[in-house]
Design a binder for this molecule. Structure first.
Ligand code: NAD
Length: 489
């Protein structure tokens, strides 16, 4: 880059022991909506991770001995500070990730603040267990304590949202953390570090090390003084993390990919179902682990559904993410866009038909976004259940629609993938809704809605979608070590 160019770049630094520390080498980070390099992210490795783990270890005795109430007040303050800067965070998230400013303003950043506020509250309300054994003159009770230094690794699709979903419970429970956000979306985590001191988070409690998965991520996973790893990302990476952490017998929480079905029965209220299913397919460019990518529609309403669904999908405006009227922003990277497009090509080669979007409709982009990584919401039909588009996670604005006849058949087909994260059922028959929900292999089942969450309840996937659950009680259990104490009187 020219001098003028390099001066304009945003340069991030690691946050270790309460201080920003430069790194010896950096990697480029792109603005997905323009294709320009606009930011440099530390390319951390073993040395930086070592320093961060040491800072976290040093901070542990003081932080873990604070009362839950003291920690709760600090978390609440941090939530307030993020909310105070909501607009700046939303702008940064949109620029860094390619997501629309509207999504960042209404989903990502409010939820990041809420994560801190939620765990600030829930940490005050846990009770441990106690049993009596009068014949032995004994009482037993459980006691929970923070584990130590938690390693937190997060993906690029909901950057601050998912990172804070880990940091908040980890520190609320009294652990200290070393976090590694995705190298493609590091900016908002770096911005959050600037607020920690003001919130009252002592130095070393939250350390953030930026860099790639292969270098910084693995160094964290392999560090002997990090007894637990909370990871959100792809199933492939989770396999690698499981292998690399196995010699240390680490505690793992793995939130992974999905291939989520929507099952639409002929008694569904289509006026609710269609706009919600368009949203569940294409929100955040389809880059949400919970997005719908296989839509099973009962044969009697198949053609009507398809006609209305495609018409609704076509209304979604793709373009400049910073325009508040845009519905679909840019995909995360050039490589990812290529990968998503290839799925559409493979489907066509297998004989499937693309009803709208990629390769069918013109994509008109503003002059400043010509080199961005954009793709129109794409609907594929006449695709076989065995096709890679029906089996593999695409993680882009692509959804497949197929017809089914019976309840029994659709349950089998919906379960016929390696994943099991989230499913959606649309029907006005209460009995059927319960029946089908019980039989779906899926950590989450939404009926007649999508993405409505109560953070108190378990979140996570079955099969290749993950191991463990996160939520008020589940995160508390993951981030603490339990002990059973017996007292004879
Ligand atoms: P990814 O697995 O490529 O990367 C996730 C994180 O892991 C990044 O920070 C990356 O740098 C790091 N990483 C990569 N290799 C590593 C290694 N060997 N050791 C340690 N860390 C490593 O995933 P992604 O492409 O960033 O995110 C998309 C994936 O995340 C999709 O599969 C999506 O379904 C999944 N996801 C799941 C959930 C959920 O809650 N279940 C939520 C969001 C995203």
């Amino acid at each position: 880059p020219t001098m003028a160019h390099s001066r304009a770049l945003l340069v991030l630094e690691n946050f270790i022991g309460g201080k920003f520390v430069p790194c010896s080498s950096y990697i480029d980070s792109y603005n997905p909506s323009t294709g320009d390099v606009y930011c440099r992210v530390p390319d951390s490795g073993k040395e930086e991770v070592e320093a961060a783990v040491k800072a976290a270890k040093d901070a542990f005795p003081i932080w873990s001995s604070k009362s839950p109430l003291e920690r709760s007040q600090i978390l609440k303050k941090l939530a307030d500070l993020i909310e105070h800067d909501l607009e700046a965070f939303a702008q940064a998230e949109s620029k860094d990730q390619g997501k629309t400013i509207t999504f960042a303003r209404t989903v990502d950043i409010p939820r990041a603040a809420h994560n801190f506020r939620f765990f600030a509250s829930s940490i005050l309300h846990h009770v441990t267990e106690c049993t009596e054994m009068p014949s032995m003159g004994c009482v037993h009770y459980t006691s929970r304590a923070p584990v130590g230094v938690a390693g937190l690794i997060s993906p690029w699709n909901l950057p601050l949202y998912l990172l804070t979903w880990k940091i908040a419970p980890a520190i609320a429970c009294g652990n200290t953390v070393v976090a590694k956000p995705s190298e493609m979306t590091s900016v908002t985590a770096w911005m959050m570090c600037k607020l920690l001191e003001k919130a009252g988070v002592p130095p070393g409690v939250v350390n953030v090390v930026f860099g790639t998965g292969a270098k910084a991520g693995e160094a964290l996973v392999c560090h002997p003084d990090v007894p637990l790893i909370s990871f959100t990302g792809s199933t492939l990476t989770a396999q690698r993390i499981t292998e690399r952490s196995a010699p240390h017998c680490k505690r793992l929480s793995l939130e992974l990919g999905g291939k989520n079905p929507a099952i639409i029965f002929d008694d569904a209220d289509l006026s609710q179902c269609i706009p919600t299913t368009v949203r569940s397919s294409f929100a955040n460019q389809g880059e949400i682990c919970l997005c719908t990518s296989r839509i099973f529609v009962q044969r009697g309403i198949y053609s009507e559904f398809l006609k209305r669904f495609v018409a609704e999908a076509k209304k979604w405006k793709t373009g400049n993410p910073s325009d508040p009227s845009t519905d679909v922003g840019a995909l995360i990277s050039k490589e990812h866009l290529e990968k998503v497009r290839n799925y559409v090509k493979k489907a066509q080669a297998e004989g499937a038909r693309v009803l709208c979007g990629e390769g069918v409709d013109p994509l008109a982009l503003p002059p400043g976004n010509q080199k961005g990584y954009f793709m129109l919401p794409t609907v594929i039909v006449e695709v076989k259940d065995e096709s890679c588009c029906m089996q593999e996670e695409i993680f882009g604005p692509v959804t497949c629609v197929v017809a089914f006849d019976t309840e029994e058949e659709v349950i089998q087909r919906a379960n016929g993938v390696k994943y099991g994260l989230a499913a959606t059922i649309w029907s006005s028959n209460v009995g059927r809704v319960h029946r089908v929900a019980h039989r779906l292999q899926s950590g989450l089942v939404w009926t007649n809605c999508w993405l409505v969450r109560d953070l108190n309840l378990p979140f996570g996937g079955m099969k290749a979608s993950g191991i463990g659950r996160e939520g008020a009680k589940d995160s508390y259990e993951f981030f603490t070590e339990v002990k059973t104490i017996t007292i004879k009187h």
